[in-house]
Design a binder for this molecule. Structure first.
Ligand code: CTP
Length: 408
């Protein structure tokens, strides 16, 4: 995913430095060319050999390393960097960069970079809250640096509060957001729906389906990485809300209807990956429904064994009917039989521009997994994509959407 990209990681003196090793490793696995620069203090917390083993590149510590062509190294690295992240960034390094002090390999290189610069502060809460540090971070933001808010939690010094460096997974998201995709969706507003809905029977029971939300979350994430302004309306899932996306959590089909239709007007693209319940209980009991034992010969329990249902509103059909000019509407159809016939029928009936059809019968497709096998169905075309990850599937769907939007 990051082939051909150069990522610089600046590591300064903080106990959180050990977490940066996982980040370096994750970046390397995504084929990035990773270079680590450490302040002299950082080597007290983690050995440069760790980073050298993980990245395959020499770890740069000191501008006055006589065994090394230091004079040009920081400039050439700065030139080829696609993104630089300082993680952990100590109060000292933040202060230096904010005031233009470049007295070691890390600070000189950061200062010479023209690419996006991301700072992940890590320090004791009192230091973090110190007005001088706060001022320095504001200064960095004014100069266009992105400062990631530290997490709140138990700190190595024994205090609990703000100052914890975010986990490597989150830091990786920031780097991917910057480098993983071309920003070909900049200026577009996209609404994505994901996950199942829950239709309450009583306070302890509900009707739902097997959707895990993975496909919709992948769509939202990739749209954001490509520069779109993304709103994700999600039913209950076990997934973490994606970064760089506005996530709206809902429970029922009715709530999804309200949240989606209320935002539809302003969207350029709407992608409905959610598995919305088609039916809900007609009556929702305010109290837990108690089971009833058969009452002997002639006794009836029919009332307790039949759940009366009513239809939910079809959100996509509503959006199709109220579609504004130039808005692109993409639905999903999961089928167990007659995949393409059903997809074409839904495309037409709901006035869609595209429907992504997948079969529950296909190996590698369907609920819960990390892969999918889909066919992109439009009025005049059927394009089958092979088995690929849900993120790759999302990228192909977006390529197809953008190509059709450009044509129309
Ligand atoms: N959908 C919706 N609102 C509903 C039901 C479905 O917006 N109440 C959307 C889904 O998000 C999906 C598409 O419609 O994008 C197709 O959903 P699916 O359940 O496959 O189709 P249905 O139209 O419900 O048809 P059927 O139940 O006959 O398969």
């Amino acid at each position: 995913m990051l082939k051909g990209k150069t990522v610089l990681l600046g590591v300064s003196g903080s106990i959180a430095a050990y977490k940066t090793a996982s980040l370096a490793s994750a970046l390397k696995k995504l084929n990035a060319d990773v270079h680590v620069l450490m302040t002299p203090n950082a080597v007290n917390f983690i050995n440069p050999i760790t980073f050298e083993s993980l990245t395959g590149n020499k770890c740069l510590v000191d501008t006055f390393d006589r065994n090394f062509e230091y004079s040009v190294e920081h400039v050439s690295l700065a030139k080829k960097a696609d993104v630089v992240m300082v993680a952990p960034a100590s109060a000292d390094v933040i202060g230096k960069i904010a005031h233009g002090i470049a007295d070691d390999m890390l600070t000189t290189t950061v200062m010479a970079c023209r690419c996006k610069k991301i700072i992940a502060p890590a320090m004791n809460t009192n230091m973090f809250e110190n007005p001088i540090v706060q001022d320095n971070m504001r200064t960095l933001e004014e100069y266009g640096y992105e400062v990631i808010s530290p997490a709140v939690g138990y700190l190595a010094c024994g205090d609990t509060g703000a100052g914890k460096m975010p986990e490597p997974e989150l830091l990786l998201e920031y780097i991917l957001q910057e480098t993983a995709c071309e920003k070909d969706m900049e200026g577009l507003k996209v609404l994505v729906t994901a996950g199942p809905t829950r239709e309450m029977i009583d306070p302890v029971r509900y009707i739902t389906n097997h959707s895990t939300g993975k496909m919709g979350y992948a769509m939202a994430k990739v749209c954001a990485r490509r520069g779109a302004e993304v709103t994700l309306v999600s039913g209950p899932t076990a997934l973490k809300a994606p970064e760089f996306v506005k996530t709206v959590q809902i429970t029922s089909a009715k709530e999804m209807f309200d949240e989606v239709t209320g935002r539809a007007e302003e969207q350029d693209i709407i992608i409905k990956a959610a598995a919305v319940a088609d039916y809900r209980p007609k009556y929702v009991s305010a109290e837990k429904i108690k089971k009833q034992d058969p009452q002997g010969a002639g006794g009836s329990v029919a009332d307790m064994t039949v759940l009366e249902l009513e239809r939910t509103d079809d959100i996509l059909a509503y959006l199709g009917e109220h579609k504004k000019q130039e808005q692109f509407l993409c639905g999903f159809a999961m089928e167990t039989q007659d995949l393409l016939e059903n997809a074409h029928r839904k495309l037409k009936k709901k006035h869609l521009d595209m429907i992504v059809a997948n079969s529950l019968r296909e190996e590698g497709a369907g609920f819960g997994g990390d892969t999918n096998v889909v066919t992109l169905v439009t009025e005049d075309e059927e394009v089958s994509l092979g088995k690929m990850t849900k993120e790759e599937t999302a990228s192909h769907i977006l390529d197809a959407i953008l190509a059709r939007m450009a044509r129309e």
